[in-house]
Design a protein around this ligand. Sequence first.
Ligand SMILES: Cc1cc2nc3c(=O)[nH]c(=O)nc-3n(C[C@H](O)[C@H](O)[C@H](O)COP(=O)(O)OP(=O)(O)OC[C@H]3O[C@@H](n4cnc5c(N)ncnc54)[C@H](O)[C@@H]3O)c2cc1C
Length: 403
Amino acid sequence: MHNEKMIIIGAGAAGLVAAICSARLGRQVLLLEQNNKIGKKILVSGNGKCNIGNKYIALHRFHSENPVFAEEVLRGYDLPVVEKFFTSIGLELVEGKEGKMFPMSLQASSVVELLEYEAKRVGVEIVCDCAVTGIEKKEQDFTVETSQGSMTCKKLVITSGSPAAPQLGGSNAGYAFATKMGHSLIPRHPSLVQLCSDESWVKGCAGVKVAGLAKLYANGEHITEKKGDLLFTNYGISGLAILDLSREVSTRLANFDYCELSLDLIPELSKEKLTNLLLARVKKESEKPLTLWLQGILNKKLIPVILEQSKCKVCTEDALGRKELNKLVHAIKNLKLSISDTKGFKGAEVATGGIDTIEVNAQTMESKLVPNLYFAGEILDVDGDRGGFNFHFAWVSGMRVGT
Ligand SMILES: Cc1cc2nc3c(=O)[nH]c(=O)nc-3n(C[C@H](O)[C@H](O)[C@H](O)COP(=O)(O)OP(=O)(O)OC[C@H]3O[C@@H](n4cnc5c(N)ncnc54)[C@H](O)[C@@H]3O)c2cc1C
């Protein structure tokens, strides 16, 4: 019967897996996607390679106002379960650095194409260019309003994701549908996102990449620190260490905190080791300009900033005394960068917050408020660290809908 249909809103990571698992159980599934093709975020993920999951699934890699929910969803659904699912659709996985898992083809497109093939093979009807504009529940049936007309179903699954990356289909629509059904929302903020700064010097350093350490201070208090690439840009700063810090920055900025980064440009050398290295390099007879002398250890573009922030008073190598050298070392290991904003949802890989998971059953993903209404993926108030954790949650929560 038409009315026994399950409609799934959003053919992204969670929606595709929920559709396949549900159809495998014999349900009649209609998967609606607003974009002209499915899985657009999967396609660009992991720089086109799709970091599909992670070997080291641990609760501290996931963030939520209700960590118990995330714990229950993930219990028993570690990487082997995800791997088994992908093997079942014909996709082999390989391990990269830090436990990151990728399709063996190293092509995100193979993930999407095999998911699509399997969905169609098990009878899922996929309709693209079909934006859902509203939902309603009358007695036992849901009515789904779409750009292609009105549809009804008994079971409705909302996997429409978050507003992150609107250029790929990121949208707030699902939140509106959920709140209409009585659900509450935890505030959403961009995460895994680049940071902006008003400081004029960053533009001059655009393009410089260093393997550094970024420490985050909010209102002067040390919050956290991350090691990894720091990439200066014409709007501020990016790089893996920055993406990893960005969740904290985003939530702190929303709270009107003053956020500042302290950047250690040479973290592999302690302050003492760097001081000794520099002391050994000072030649008393040399009138070499400091700007050139510093090129022996630093990118040229960073040198004027280091000299400015260190308040170093000398200009040549021979004039460098211990005090001036200490100032330079301090600036190299504590380059200050105030943060004015993030690049917003447009630059973000994920959104924090979402549907309050207190109102969702962690075993089945069914709403505790509206029978036969389900949620999975990033629309829920669970977001993960960089490294495949966001996809892991999307696949796993999608599987739970379809079991
Ligand atoms: C650039 C980028 C790179 C990323 N790389 C990785 C990575 O390597 N590893 C990782 O773990 N995570 C990565 N992520 C995060 C990951 O893509 C998401 O966490 C994941 O896709 C969430 O899955 P989802 O199914 O909940 O939402 P999505 O995959 O976003 O799917 C939601 C779908 O719903 C559709 N939709 C929305 N509203 C409507 C509507 N009203 N009607 C119909 N359809 C609608 C959207 O168009 C979209 O296709 C990346 C994200 C981005 C933006």
